[in-house]
Design a protein around this ligand. Structure first.
Ligand code: SGN
Ligand code: CA
Length: 519
């Protein structure tokens, strides 16, 4: 899509009158706090590694997320939003800049992010917004472009985490997800500058590894067996050889104490690693007591069970995914608290609320945990948005969208100009559920990191139906027909009947690389 639709066009599409205002205009001036000059507040709730397979609004088979679903029920759910590089810091840099990794420079988790570059929060400040960031930052240095920030150090921890803000560092007792929830509501209660609209980024640590559930959810799912994904025992046949080299298998690369919370096994993983669950060491005696009461009996039972082969993988799958889902349950509770506060305080009326995550995640699909691959589960991210009086409740958006679009969308919603060098486009024209005729027909993806989990570098493109992937270091290609093979088990790249599709997708990839200035 080459044209950037403006908010004016959006309002036309929505059948709304365009009020004149220096800042882009707003049609519901009378409904809102006059001090925001008719512009909406924005709350962007951003989690870490929360896959759509674990959001009930996206049809989860393994859990419910009633509060995230509330956002979808009163707003719009985007069915096809993707990240451009399925890893944390690059994805966060993309959200801030509206650009793909090679343009903002944060190509892996280990690159240094140039904070002096253009970022949407700085532009929103210049446009009269108050900006705030609470929770995970995961980019080196002090956050820039925020009037207020209070962030966890690095990846952060679940138990009794350290935070830093402009005044310095401090440890806060409690559970990170609840603390981030509290700090967010506190800021809304005490931090808002009543003369300005605000943009608040609430970034959760959940549901990132090493999945330590909070005290209130330790035993959730104890009595259920979660359904397994069909591809749990994937043998990686019929696709690129690089798949077999991965180091992210539940069966082989999860550590007993670190990941599965079974201390004292004395059995390293396939890479010879046997790390300690460091979250346990961070706990207070009371927290440890609760933890032990929840897990020790189960661990004793497991140690006696002598499980082997597929039974052992199945046990690990249950253990892993339950920890992950318990972390999400806390986050969902806290999102509920936030939504309740917005309702009670009257902020709901003029506040856009968005829920998204930095990447997807594998929850046993292909036998994996983690992300990085261009496969559906790690490529797709949740994107759910509510905006009172502007989005019809229950709207579903099918158009192909990407995290490069988030920054342009925020600016557009605030009535600000979208800089020409941002590579995404505003999503506002999609909010009525219809796809403009000139919308993009494919997205670009590029994963660069060589290291942890041993995923080969690759780039590719995905259209509504097809996905082309190039593992360029070994020059191997994959093509998936997502209509015939949604689980991506057989690459049809070499099948004669797909030769025309391969040709077209290669042309598409080349065009996207040129459009996004990849080479
Ligand atoms: C950590 C995790 C990895 C994870 C990366 C990236 N290992 O290094 O499993 O892939 O983060 O995740 S851990 O032993 O430290 O938990 S990301 O979301 O930050 O990109
Ligand atoms: Ca992440």
């Amino acid at each position: 899509m080459d044209t950037q639709r403006t908010r004016r066009e959006f309002m036309k599409l929505m059948g709304m009158g365009v009020a004149s205002s220096v800042l882009g205009g707003c049609s519901h001036l009378s409904m809102v706090d006059p001090q925001t000059k008719g512009r909406p507040n924005i709350i962007f709730i951003f989690s870490d590694d929360h896959a759509t397979q674990a959001v009930s609004a996206y049809g989860s088979k393994i859990n419910t997320t009633p509060n995230i679903d509330r956002i979808a029920e009163s707003g719009a759910l985007f069915e096809n939003t993707f990240c451009g590089n399925s890893i944390c810091a690059p994805s966060r840099a993309t959200v801030l800049t509206g650009k793909h990794s090679h343009m903002h420079g944060m190509m892996t988790n280990y690159t240094t992010f140039d904070l002096t570059q253009q970022m949407f929060p700085k532009l929103m400040q210049q446009g009269g917004y108050q900006t705030a960031l609470i929770g995970k930052w995961h980019l080196e240095g002090e956050p820039m472009g925020f009037d207020y920030w209070d962030v966890v150090a690095g990846q952060g921890t679940y138990y009794n985490p350290e935070f830093r803000n402009a005044k310095g560092k401090r440890k806060i007792d409690g559970y990170a997800t609840d603390i981030i929830g509290d700090l967010t509501i506190d800021w809304l209660k005490k931090g808002i500058d009543k003369n300005k609209p605000f943009m608040l980024m609430c970034h959760h640590k959940a549901s990132h590894r090493i999945w330590a559930p909070g005290p209130e959810h330790l035993t959730m799912y104890d009595d259920v067996d979660l359904p397994e994904p069909d591809t749990l025992f994937d043998d990686y046949a019929n696709r690129s050889n690089v798949l077999k080299e991965n180091e992210m298998m539940i069966s082989k690369h999860m550590m007993y104490d670190y990941d599965l919370k079974v201390p004292g096994m004395g059995q390293p993983d396939a890479l010879g690693r046997d790390f300690k669950n460091f979250e346990y060491d961070l706990m207070t005696p009371e927290q440890k007591q609760k933890w032990d009461a929840a897990y020790k009996p189960k661990n004793d039972k497991f140690k006696k069970s002598n499980l082997k082969g597929k039974d052992l993988v199945r046990w690990k799958y249950q253990r892993y995914v339950k920890y992950y889902l318990r972390c999400i349950a806390s986050m969902d509770d806290n999102i509920g608290r936030l939504l309740d506060y917005l309702d009670e305080s009257g902020l709901t009326e003029n506040t856009i609320v968005i829920y998204s995550s930095d990447q997807g995640f594998f929850l046993g699909e292909h036998g994996w945990y983690d992300k990085r691959w261009m496969y559906e589960e790690s490529l797709r991210v949740p994107f759910i948005i509510k905006w009172s009086g502007r989005i019809k409740p229950g709207t579903k958006v099918k158009a192909l969208t990407q995290n490069i679009d988030f920054a342009p969308t925020f600016l557009d919603a605030g009535g600000m100009k979208i800089p020409d060098d941002m590579q995404g486009v505003s999503l506002l024209p999609l909010l009525n559920g219809e796809k403009p005729s000139n919308w993009r027909d494919a997205i670009y993806y590029h994963y660069y990191e060589v290291g942890e989990h041993n995923v080969a570098r690759h780039e590719g493109t995905r259209s509504d139906r097809y996905k082309l992937i190039h593992y360029y270091d070994v020059d191997e290609w994959e093509l998936f027909d997502l209509q015939e093979d949604p689980k991506e088990m057989v690459s049809v790249y070499d099948k004669p009947e797909y030769s025309e599709v391969v040709k077209k997708m290669k042309i598409k990839l080349k065009a996207l690389k040129s459009q996004y200035k990849v080479e």
